[in-house]
Design a binder for this molecule. Structure first.
Ligand SMILES: Nc1ncnc2c1ncn2[C@@H]1O[C@H](COP(=O)(O)OP(=O)(O)O)[C@@H](O)[C@H]1O
Ligand SMILES: [Mg+2]
Length: 264
Protein backbone atom coordinates (compact mmCIF):
# COMPACT_ATOMS: atom_id res chain seq x y z
CA UNK A 1 0.00 0.00 0.00
CA UNK A 2 1.40 3.36 -1.02
CA UNK A 3 1.61 5.77 1.89
CA UNK A 4 3.37 8.70 0.29
CA UNK A 5 3.48 9.88 -3.31
CA UNK A 6 5.16 12.91 -4.76
CA UNK A 7 4.37 14.11 -8.25
CA UNK A 8 5.95 16.99 -10.11
CA UNK A 9 7.62 18.44 -7.03
CA UNK A 10 9.81 21.43 -7.88
CA UNK A 11 11.70 23.89 -5.72
CA UNK A 12 13.96 26.78 -6.65
CA UNK A 13 16.14 28.96 -4.46
CA UNK A 14 16.56 32.17 -6.44
CA UNK A 15 18.21 31.07 -9.67
CA UNK A 16 19.02 27.56 -8.39
CA UNK A 17 16.65 24.77 -9.39
CA UNK A 18 17.15 22.52 -6.36
CA UNK A 19 14.40 20.09 -7.42
CA UNK A 20 12.64 19.75 -10.76
CA UNK A 21 9.56 17.61 -11.36
CA UNK A 22 10.37 14.98 -8.72
CA UNK A 23 8.39 11.76 -8.38
CA UNK A 24 8.67 9.46 -5.39
CA UNK A 25 6.51 6.68 -3.97
CA UNK A 26 6.89 5.02 -0.60
CA UNK A 27 4.89 1.98 0.50
CA UNK A 28 4.18 0.83 4.02
CA UNK A 29 6.92 -1.61 4.99
CA UNK A 30 9.26 -0.37 2.27
CA UNK A 31 12.74 1.09 2.61
CA UNK A 32 13.43 3.61 -0.13
CA UNK A 33 17.01 4.83 -0.36
CA UNK A 34 17.41 8.28 -1.86
CA UNK A 35 20.90 8.68 -3.27
CA UNK A 36 22.71 11.34 -5.24
CA UNK A 37 25.85 13.41 -5.39
CA UNK A 38 26.36 16.58 -3.36
CA UNK A 39 23.89 19.18 -4.57
CA UNK A 40 21.55 16.57 -6.09
CA UNK A 41 18.65 17.85 -3.99
CA UNK A 42 18.40 15.21 -1.26
CA UNK A 43 18.30 17.63 1.66
CA UNK A 44 15.81 19.85 -0.13
CA UNK A 45 13.55 16.84 -0.63
CA UNK A 46 13.81 15.98 3.07
CA UNK A 47 13.01 19.57 4.00
CA UNK A 48 9.93 19.61 1.79
CA UNK A 49 8.65 16.40 3.36
CA UNK A 50 9.37 17.61 6.87
CA UNK A 51 7.67 20.96 6.38
CA UNK A 52 10.79 23.14 6.47
CA UNK A 53 10.38 24.39 2.88
CA UNK A 54 7.14 24.45 0.88
CA UNK A 55 7.51 23.18 -2.70
CA UNK A 56 6.94 25.69 -5.52
CA UNK A 57 4.75 23.23 -7.39
CA UNK A 58 3.65 19.62 -7.49
CA UNK A 59 1.49 17.43 -5.28
CA UNK A 60 2.10 15.38 -2.17
CA UNK A 61 -0.37 12.58 -1.48
CA UNK A 62 -0.37 10.99 1.96
CA UNK A 63 -2.56 7.96 2.65
CA UNK A 64 -4.63 8.76 -0.43
CA UNK A 65 -5.24 12.43 0.36
CA UNK A 66 -3.51 15.37 -1.22
CA UNK A 67 -1.83 17.31 1.56
CA UNK A 68 0.09 20.52 2.12
CA UNK A 69 3.01 20.22 4.53
CA UNK A 70 3.28 23.85 5.52
CA UNK A 71 5.41 23.53 8.66
CA UNK A 72 7.21 20.91 10.75
CA UNK A 73 4.29 20.33 13.08
CA UNK A 74 2.03 19.65 10.06
CA UNK A 75 4.48 16.94 8.96
CA UNK A 76 4.47 15.47 12.43
CA UNK A 77 0.66 15.50 12.65
CA UNK A 78 0.39 13.71 9.32
CA UNK A 79 2.84 11.07 10.49
CA UNK A 80 6.08 12.01 8.79
CA UNK A 81 9.02 11.93 11.20
CA UNK A 82 12.53 13.05 10.35
CA UNK A 83 15.77 12.06 12.03
CA UNK A 84 18.36 14.63 11.00
CA UNK A 85 22.02 13.81 10.73
CA UNK A 86 22.97 15.85 13.79
CA UNK A 87 20.34 13.86 15.80
CA UNK A 88 19.63 16.89 18.03
CA UNK A 89 20.12 15.00 21.28
CA UNK A 90 21.05 16.63 24.59
CA UNK A 91 24.34 15.10 25.69
CA UNK A 92 23.90 15.72 29.40
CA UNK A 93 20.35 14.33 29.60
CA UNK A 94 19.60 10.63 29.92
CA UNK A 95 17.79 8.46 27.39
CA UNK A 96 14.32 8.94 28.91
CA UNK A 97 14.77 12.68 29.15
CA UNK A 98 15.89 12.84 25.53
CA UNK A 99 12.98 10.73 24.35
CA UNK A 100 10.41 12.89 26.09
CA UNK A 101 12.05 16.29 25.85
CA UNK A 102 9.28 18.77 25.06
CA UNK A 103 6.42 16.31 25.49
CA UNK A 104 6.70 14.93 28.99
CA UNK A 105 3.87 12.68 30.12
CA UNK A 106 1.54 14.26 32.68
CA UNK A 107 0.48 14.35 35.53
CA UNK A 108 3.83 14.93 37.12
CA UNK A 109 3.70 12.10 39.66
CA UNK A 110 3.21 9.46 36.96
CA UNK A 111 5.89 10.97 34.78
CA UNK A 112 8.89 8.93 35.75
CA UNK A 113 7.29 5.49 35.67
CA UNK A 114 5.17 6.08 32.57
CA UNK A 115 8.05 7.57 30.64
CA UNK A 116 10.45 4.81 31.62
CA UNK A 117 7.92 2.14 30.63
CA UNK A 118 7.27 3.84 27.30
CA UNK A 119 11.00 4.22 26.72
CA UNK A 120 11.61 0.50 27.12
CA UNK A 121 8.61 -0.26 24.88
CA UNK A 122 10.04 1.90 22.13
CA UNK A 123 13.52 0.45 22.47
CA UNK A 124 12.16 -3.11 22.53
CA UNK A 125 10.21 -2.37 19.35
CA UNK A 126 13.57 -1.56 17.79
CA UNK A 127 15.33 -4.52 19.45
CA UNK A 128 17.73 -1.87 20.65
CA UNK A 129 20.80 -2.65 22.67
CA UNK A 130 20.74 0.15 25.23
CA UNK A 131 22.01 -1.01 28.63
CA UNK A 132 20.14 1.59 30.66
CA UNK A 133 17.68 4.39 29.95
CA UNK A 134 19.12 6.35 32.86
CA UNK A 135 22.58 6.97 31.41
CA UNK A 136 23.36 10.31 29.82
CA UNK A 137 23.42 10.23 26.04
CA UNK A 138 27.06 11.36 26.21
CA UNK A 139 27.93 7.84 27.45
CA UNK A 140 26.36 6.08 24.43
CA UNK A 141 27.97 4.89 21.22
CA UNK A 142 27.12 6.46 17.88
CA UNK A 143 24.82 3.57 16.99
CA UNK A 144 23.04 3.83 20.32
CA UNK A 145 22.53 7.56 19.85
CA UNK A 146 21.03 6.92 16.45
CA UNK A 147 18.74 4.42 18.17
CA UNK A 148 17.61 7.00 20.71
CA UNK A 149 16.95 9.55 17.97
CA UNK A 150 14.93 7.02 15.97
CA UNK A 151 13.02 5.89 19.07
CA UNK A 152 12.15 9.50 19.81
CA UNK A 153 10.79 9.96 16.31
CA UNK A 154 8.51 6.93 16.86
CA UNK A 155 6.73 8.61 19.78
CA UNK A 156 4.34 10.40 17.42
CA UNK A 157 3.43 7.05 15.80
CA UNK A 158 4.58 8.04 12.30
CA UNK A 159 3.78 6.20 9.06
CA UNK A 160 6.87 7.52 7.30
CA UNK A 161 10.27 7.97 8.86
CA UNK A 162 13.04 9.86 7.08
CA UNK A 163 16.62 9.05 8.06
CA UNK A 164 19.24 11.50 6.87
CA UNK A 165 22.57 9.68 6.40
CA UNK A 166 22.01 7.46 9.47
CA UNK A 167 25.34 5.65 9.19
CA UNK A 168 27.55 8.48 7.93
CA UNK A 169 29.46 8.92 11.18
CA UNK A 170 29.56 5.27 12.24
CA UNK A 171 32.05 2.41 12.16
CA UNK A 172 31.33 -1.06 10.82
CA UNK A 173 29.71 -2.64 13.90
CA UNK A 174 27.58 0.38 14.66
CA UNK A 175 26.52 0.66 11.04
CA UNK A 176 25.30 -2.93 11.21
CA UNK A 177 23.35 -2.05 14.35
CA UNK A 178 21.65 0.88 12.62
CA UNK A 179 20.86 -1.20 9.53
CA UNK A 180 19.18 -3.70 11.86
CA UNK A 181 17.11 -0.85 13.22
CA UNK A 182 16.02 0.09 9.73
CA UNK A 183 14.87 -3.50 9.23
CA UNK A 184 12.86 -3.34 12.47
CA UNK A 185 11.17 -0.17 11.20
CA UNK A 186 10.22 -1.95 8.00
CA UNK A 187 8.92 -4.98 9.94
CA UNK A 188 6.79 -2.59 11.98
CA UNK A 189 5.17 -1.48 8.72
CA UNK A 190 6.70 1.96 8.43
CA UNK A 191 7.73 3.46 5.16
CA UNK A 192 11.39 4.42 5.47
CA UNK A 193 13.15 7.03 3.38
CA UNK A 194 16.89 6.68 3.89
CA UNK A 195 19.22 9.31 2.51
CA UNK A 196 22.58 7.66 1.93
CA UNK A 197 25.96 7.96 0.29
CA UNK A 198 26.90 4.41 1.11
CA UNK A 199 26.12 1.88 -1.62
CA UNK A 200 26.84 -1.07 0.67
CA UNK A 201 24.19 0.18 3.11
CA UNK A 202 21.76 0.78 0.28
CA UNK A 203 22.29 -2.72 -1.09
CA UNK A 204 22.06 -4.23 2.39
CA UNK A 205 18.82 -2.70 3.56
CA UNK A 206 16.84 -0.85 0.89
CA UNK A 207 14.05 -2.34 -1.21
CA UNK A 208 14.07 0.50 -3.69
CA UNK A 209 16.67 3.07 -4.63
CA UNK A 210 15.72 6.45 -6.08
CA UNK A 211 18.56 8.35 -7.69
CA UNK A 212 18.56 12.14 -7.83
CA UNK A 213 20.89 13.96 -10.15
CA UNK A 214 21.05 17.75 -10.45
CA UNK A 215 17.64 18.00 -8.81
CA UNK A 216 15.90 15.53 -11.11
CA UNK A 217 14.91 11.88 -10.93
CA UNK A 218 17.58 9.82 -12.61
CA UNK A 219 16.22 6.33 -12.09
CA UNK A 220 14.19 4.32 -9.59
CA UNK A 221 15.38 0.74 -9.18
CA UNK A 222 14.46 -2.35 -7.22
CA UNK A 223 17.63 -2.99 -5.27
CA UNK A 224 17.69 -6.69 -6.16
CA UNK A 225 17.57 -5.87 -9.87
CA UNK A 226 20.38 -3.34 -10.00
CA UNK A 227 24.14 -3.49 -9.57
CA UNK A 228 26.11 -1.04 -7.48
CA UNK A 229 27.85 0.05 -10.69
CA UNK A 230 24.52 0.91 -12.30
CA UNK A 231 23.46 2.94 -9.26
CA UNK A 232 26.76 4.82 -9.35
CA UNK A 233 26.37 5.40 -13.08
CA UNK A 234 22.94 6.92 -12.46
CA UNK A 235 24.34 9.10 -9.68
CA UNK A 236 27.21 10.43 -11.80
CA UNK A 237 25.19 10.56 -14.99
CA UNK A 238 27.72 8.39 -16.80
CA UNK A 239 26.53 5.08 -18.13
CA UNK A 240 30.05 4.37 -19.33
CA UNK A 241 32.16 5.82 -16.57
CA UNK A 242 35.47 4.73 -15.14
CA UNK A 243 33.91 2.71 -12.34
CA UNK A 244 31.59 0.66 -14.50
CA UNK A 245 34.31 0.10 -17.13
CA UNK A 246 36.67 -1.19 -14.48
CA UNK A 247 33.99 -3.44 -13.03
CA UNK A 248 33.12 -4.82 -16.46
CA UNK A 249 36.80 -5.51 -17.15
CA UNK A 250 37.17 -7.31 -13.82
CA UNK A 251 34.08 -9.44 -14.42
CA UNK A 252 35.31 -10.29 -17.91
CA UNK A 253 38.72 -11.30 -16.55
CA UNK A 254 37.13 -13.41 -13.81
CA UNK A 255 34.92 -15.20 -16.32
CA UNK A 256 37.94 -16.28 -18.33
CA UNK A 257 40.12 -17.34 -15.44
CA UNK A 258 38.97 -20.98 -15.06
CA UNK A 259 39.54 -21.83 -18.73
CA UNK A 260 42.50 -19.68 -19.62
CA UNK A 261 44.15 -19.20 -16.26
CA UNK A 262 46.78 -21.28 -14.60
CA UNK A 263 46.99 -24.91 -15.77
CA UNK A 264 45.79 -27.58 -13.34
N1 LIG B 1 18.49 27.40 1.39
C1 LIG B 1 19.09 27.38 0.19
N2 LIG B 1 19.35 28.51 -0.47
C2 LIG B 1 19.92 28.49 -1.69
N3 LIG B 1 20.28 27.38 -2.34
C3 LIG B 1 20.05 26.21 -1.74
C4 LIG B 1 19.45 26.15 -0.45
N4 LIG B 1 19.34 24.83 -0.10
C5 LIG B 1 19.85 24.13 -1.12
N5 LIG B 1 20.28 24.95 -2.11
C6 LIG B 1 20.86 24.52 -3.40
O1 LIG B 1 20.01 23.53 -3.93
C7 LIG B 1 20.76 22.49 -4.55
C8 LIG B 1 20.42 21.17 -3.89
O2 LIG B 1 20.98 21.15 -2.58
P1 LIG B 1 20.70 20.02 -1.51
O3 LIG B 1 19.24 19.74 -1.47
O4 LIG B 1 21.34 20.45 -0.25
O5 LIG B 1 21.47 18.80 -2.15
P2 LIG B 1 22.08 17.50 -1.43
O6 LIG B 1 21.48 17.38 -0.07
O7 LIG B 1 21.73 16.37 -2.34
O8 LIG B 1 23.56 17.71 -1.36
C9 LIG B 1 22.21 22.89 -4.42
O9 LIG B 1 22.60 23.54 -5.58
C10 LIG B 1 22.20 23.84 -3.24
O10 LIG B 1 23.26 24.75 -3.31
MG1 LIG C 1 22.35 17.32 1.78
Amino acid sequence: MTVLSLRGISKTFGAVAALTDIELDVDAGEVVAVVGDNGAGKSTLVKILSGVHPPDSGTITFEGREVAITNPSAAQKLGIATVYQDLALCENLNVIQNLFLGHEVRPLRLNEVAMETRSWELLRQLSAKIPSVRVPVAALSGGQRQTVAIARSLLGDPKIIILDEPTAALGVAQTAEVLNLVERLRENGLGVIMISHNMADVKAVADTVAVLRLGRNNGVFKVNDVSTEDIIAAITGATDNVVSRRAAAREGAAAHTPQEGRPS
